[in-house]
Design a protein around this ligand. Structure first.
Ligand SMILES: C[S@@+](CC[C@H](N)C(=O)[O-])C[C@H]1O[C@@H](n2cnc3c(N)ncnc32)[C@H](O)[C@@H]1O
Length: 224
C-alpha cells in the first residue's frame, strides 16, 4: 500500500504540474491500470518500462500531457500497444467512443482485460493492422507508432473531415514534415513538458487540408 501511496503522490503531483483536473476517481483508476500493466508485463513483455515510478512518468504523465488537445466525441488510438495513450485518455476524459487498434494479439488480449476490469465504457480494442480499419474519428492519436508519412498513409482515412490527428513524438520531427501526404496539413507543433521526463517531447496536431486552401503546400509554415 505504501508503494501505491508513493506512486499516487507522484502521479498527483505530475497532474498538478500539467495543470490538469481529472474526474473523480481517475487517479485511482490510472493506478489500477498501471498495476494491471505491471502484472501482465511480468509475463507478456508489453512494455520495456518496468520500474513503476518510471511508468508513472513515461506512460501515464506522458499520455496525459496531450489531454488538452483531445477533440470531439470519438477517438482512435493507432498502434496503441498496451493502451498508450488510449486507455489513459479513456480514464482521464471519459464519455467518448474510443477504438484502440494494434496488430499484436497479446497486446489486444491485455487491452480487452483492461477494458473489462477497469469497466471502461465505450472503449473497444481491435486486433488489426491500421491499414484495414474502417470508420472515421474526430481525434486520432498515435505515440511511438510510425513516421508521419507512414501513419497518415496507413490510417489517414480514419480522420473525420474536421478531425485532429495528434502525433506524439520525441524530438521535433522536422525531417518528417516533407513526408506529410497531400490532403493533410500540420496545424501546430507543441513542445510538451512532461513532469519528471528530461527527454524532449513534441505533439504535432494535424488536420485535413481544407478545400481551396494552400496550407498543405508547406506544412512547416504552420508550425509555431
Ligand atoms: C512502439 S509500440 C508503441 C505502443 C504505444 N503506442 C506506446 O506508446 O507505448 C508500436 C505498436 O504499434 C503496433 N503496430 C505496428 N504497426 C502496426 C500496424 N500497421 N497496425 C497496427 N498496429 C501496428 C505494434 O504492435 C506496437 O504495439
Amino acid at each position: 500500500m505504501a508503494a501505491r501511496d508513493a506512486l499516487q503522490a507522484r502521479l498527483e503531483q505530475g497532474i498538478d504540474q500539467l495543470g490538469l483536473r481529472l474526474p473523480a476517481g481517475a487517479v485511482s483508476r490510472l493506478l489500477d491500470y498501471q498495476g494491471l500493466l505491471e502484472r501482465w508485463n511480468a509475463t507478456y513483455n508489453l512494455t520495456a518500462v518496468r520500474d513503476p515510478a518510471e511508468m508513472i512518468t513515461r506512460h501515464l504523465l506522458d499520455s496525459l500531457a496531450i489531454l488538452p488537445y483531445v477533440h470531439g466525441a470519438s477517438l482512435a488510438d493507432l498502434g496503441t500497444g498496451p493502451g498508450l495513450p488510449g486507455i489513459v485518455l479513456a480514464i482521464a476524459a471519459p464519455g467518448r467512443e474510443i477504438l484502440l487498434v494494434d496488430s499484436n494479439g497479446k497486446k489486444v488480449r491485455f487491452l480487452r482485460e483492461a477494458i473489462r476490469s477497469l469497466k471502461l465504457e465505450g472503449v473497444r480494442a481491435l486486433q488489426s493492422r491500421v491499414e484495414d480499419v474502417e470508420g472515421q474519428y474526430d481525434c486520432v492519436t498515435a505515440r511511438a507508432f510510425a513516421s508521419l508519412a507512414d501513419m497518415l498513409g496507413w490510417g489517414g482515412q480514419l480522420l473525420a473531415p474536421d478531425g485532429l490527428w495528434l502525433a506524439m513524438k520525441g524530438k521535433r520531427p522536422d525531417d518528417e514534415l516533407p513526408g506529410v501526404p497531400p490532403g493533410f496539413t500540420v496545424r501546430g507543433t507543441h513542445a510538451l513538458s512532461v513532469p519528471g521526463l528530461p527527454a524532449e517531447r513534441h505533439l504535432l496536431v494535424i488536420g485535413r487540408t481544407s478545400a481551396g486552401s494552400l496550407d498543405g503546400a508547406a506544412p512547416g509554415d504552420a508550425l509555431h
